[in-house]
Design a protein around this ligand. Structure first.
Ligand code: AMP
Ligand code: MG
Length: 414
């Protein structure tokens, strides 16, 4: 485990890459296994790889409504007429195909043994008790062979994948009723700040509505976490320490907002140091500089800054990877897309900046990236307007027309 620290507020800031590497190295998969019915598995993380015990489909099936034939029966004349010998609907069992005949067959019905092609009904003229056709189907036409989708013994879903609708559909297609899942990660949250009141309450002078709670709820729920909400916590060391120690006993990970800076009203970092160990603090990023990471017994702790945009950004950049690894998932660094800037960014900053941005097409149908005009970390509107971040490297400036790195929000929050 890495114990690098930069506690002193005058020490150099820890770079984005370094912080990400330290964080992702210092956490590991958590949680026991539970078996859950398929319909309760959406968004959960698979705890074991799934191998199919069957072929899907289990036998050759027709891909069309039409007629099953044996191509060896087709004479070298222009039109072929074959008598009908059976009718095979989806779900019924086919008799072997009588030589020199055709079988009426429907999509999803078992192809009879002895047949090697299905002619589409649109290509056939129906006569009384027989069919005639001009087309010359090839062996295998319109037939889905056994194992066309899945072969017995294949791994269909890998341990550590987060289950999407199509993954659950695939599990159902091999007949599974339930899946082995990791128990949801328990995330304790609280929000520091004497200025905060909850939506619905009267806004007294000097107060603001607590928005971070609602942003964090959505982010954590969308990642499949179980939330333990300790609510608003006042700006005292005692209250902060109390909330932190309660959260640490109940949760795998604690995430808080506010109170991580260097003012006298900021108690979160000191509370971590008193209760456990502060491992990382003050990063060279904007927004989000005062982010703190530490450990209290076996609970990881992430103190996000209070500014609402910083909460959203640091959640995407640092909390998402931590959660994904703790959930037992494979974490991959989001892939930045090179896009043409539709803006100037003339002022270099020694911190790496994550501007709220969105894609647009210009008159010539070229994709360009725009940034929200107000990049203040208190302007939550920027996160609603945007679809992603533009990442500006330390000391980099940008002129319209330059290529910049664009990171869609969806890449972090999957
Ligand atoms: P802090 O990091 O505690 O110094 O807070 C930085 C800024 O974020 C201050 O302007 C706070 O009022 C604001 N802030 C802190 N917590 C919240 C919250 N839960 N919802 C909205 N704004 C907040
Ligand atoms: Mg505060």
């Amino acid at each position: 485990m890495n114990t690098d620290m930069n506690r002193c507020d005058t020490s150099p800031l820890l770079g984005y890459q370094q912080a990400l590497e330290q964080l992702t190295r210092s956490v590991e998969a958590r949680g026991g296994m539970v078996n859950k019915p398929l319909l309760q598995a959406l968004g959960a993380v698979l705890a074991e790889s799934i191998e199919s015990q069957i072929d899907v489909p289990g036998c050759a099936m027709s891909a069309m409504d039409g007629y099953a034939i044996n191509t060896a029966d087709l004479a070298a004349q222009d039109t072929t007429t074959l008598p009908l010998s059976q009718r095979i609907a989806a779900g019924s069992v086919a008799e072997p195909l009588a030589p020199g005949t055709a079988a009426r067959i429907f999509t999803g019905a078992q192809v009879p043994s002895g047949a090697d092609a299905v002619i589409m009904q649109e290509q056939v003229q129906q006569l009384a008790g027989s069919i005639s056709f001009e087309s010359r189907p090839a062996n295998g036409d319109n037939i889905r062979p056994a194992g066309n989708d899945i072969r017995r013994g294949t791994t269909i879903l890998s341990k550590g994948c987060r289950l999407r609708a199509q993954d659950i559909g695939l599990a159902a297609s091999i007949g599974l009723q339930s899946l082995p899942l990791y128990a949801p990660l328990k995330v304790g949250i609280f929000f520091t700040g004497d200025e905060l009141v909850e939506p619905g309450e009267k806004l007294a002078p000097g107060k603001i509505y607590d928005s971070n709670r609602y942003t964090l709820y959505g982010l954590l729920e969308s990642m499949g976490c179980e939330i333990i909400d300790l609510g608003l916590v006042g700006d005292t060391l005692d209250a902060t320490r109390e909330a932190m120690s309660v959260a640490a006993t109940q949760a795998d990970l604690v995430v808080t907002t506010g109170g991580v800076s260097v003012g006298e009203e900021d108690h979160v970092r000191i509370a971590i140091e008193q209760l456990g160990e502060l491992r990382l603090w003050r990063l060279g990023i904007k927004p989000g500089k005062p982010l703190a990471y530490g450990q209290i017994d076996d609970t990881s702790f992430m103190g996000l800054p209070g500014n609402p945009v910083s909460v959203f950004a640091t959640f995407c950049l640092f909390v998402c990877p931590v959660i994904q690894i703790m959930q037992g998932r494979q974490w991959r660094k989001p892939i930045a897309l090179p896009v043409t800037a539709d803006f100037d960014w003339p002022k270099p900053d020694s911190r790496r900046e994550f501007l709220r941005a969105r894609l647009a097409t210009d008159a010539g149908q070229q994709t360009r990236v725009q940034i929200y005009p107000n990049q203040d970390s208190g302007v939550l509107t920027s996160t609603v307007w945007a679809d992603g971040f533009v990442e500006i490297a330390e000391n980099q400036t940008v002129r319209a027309g330059d290529s910049v790195n664009y990171l869609p929000f969806a890449q972090f929050l999957d």
